[in-house]
Write a protein that binds this ligand. Structure first.
Ligand code: FES
Length: 280
């Protein structure tokens, strides 16, 4: 059993849980995910690790209540325990294996759309902890749905907010905000975009035009996270990959997004039942 040490509401229906799981915390790296089984009757729900504390032995996940499984998880409280909390799974973000001196020469821009700001956070924090400054765009529909702004400001060189309705920060989509920053003379060597599939698709199209290598996370198409169900099968650079085994992060310029989005629609009913990272 895995005890919930802390529960915090980030926005309507969006909750962060700090879960006591020392072995997962010890091995966790940015980009990886865990599978939660809330109780003995619950479905498996794959969720990206959004923070970890090796000293306290805790791992944080952020969950948006979308379907019955995620609604069930979000009803858990501090002191309750999850039946199962398996991980870390999947591959870590590419930069954790890079030479720090080389990494230090690169300017990273992270784009977190909706719930996607949560998996962006541990990546920005990892770079910050290794002395590397990066910038972040947090995008959401409106100011009430902006999550982790204060936490992100602690670890990022600069945080830009973009809201569709203009209620906070830049008025417009994250793609518009990114284009605006580049027009204003900002230079980025690499972009990491995590959010709804359609957002990742259009960020990748834009960054391809701008010549900025881009990483995306295909966690939203995962269902059971084990390499068994086949739901996360995708095509990257013409080759078949499984997001939960080979990813979830891939080169955004090489992902066949139309196929991935079609697959996501195909599994929409399963998604409704199970929940998971929809990235809002
Ligand atoms: Fe089922 Fe990857 S999520 S095979």
């Amino acid at each position: 059993m895995f005890e919930i040490i802390k529960k915090k509401t980030l926005a309507a229906n969006i909750v962060a849980f700090d879960v006591l799981a020392p072995r997962v915390a010890k091995a966790a790296l940015p980009g990886q995910f865990v599978i939660i089984i809330a109780d003995q009757y619950a479905e498996r729900v794959p969720l990206t690790i959004t923070d970890y504390n090796r000293e306290k032995g805790t791992v944080q996940v952020v969950i948006q209540a979308l379907g019955p499984s995620t609604q069930k998880i979000n009803l858990f409280n501090e002191g309750d325990s999850f039946h199962s909390f398996v991980g870390p799974l999947g591959q870590a973000s590419e930069f954790v294996h890079m030479d720090l001196e080389d990494l230090n020469k690169k300017k990273y821009l992270f784009v977190g759309g909706g719930l996607g700001a949560a998996p962006v956070y541990p990546q920005v924090k990892w770079l910050h902890d290794h002395g590397i400054a990066s910038q972040v765009i947090i995008g959401s529909k409106s100011k009430d749905l902006v999550i982790l702004e204060e936490e992100m400001k602690q670890v990022a060189e600069k945080v830009y907010i973009a809201t569709d309705d203009g209620s906070k920060g830049f008025k417009g989509l994250v793609t518009d905000c990114l284009e605006d920053l580049v027009k204003k003379g900002h230079h980025y060597d690499h972009c990491v975009a995590i959010g709804p599939m359609v957002m990742m698709k259009y960020i990748s199209l834009l960054t391809k035009k701008l010549g900025i290598p881009t990483t995306v996370s295909l966690n939203p198409i995962m269902v059971d996270g084990t390499g068994m169900c086949g739901a996360c099968r995708c095509t990257v650079a013409g080759k078949t990959k499984f997001a939960c085994v080979h990813g979830p992060e891939f080169d955004g310029h090489q992902v066949d997004f139309d196929e991935a989005m079609q697959r996501q629609r195909q599994y929409a009913d399963v998604e409704k039942l199970k929940g998971g990272d929809g990235y809002g």
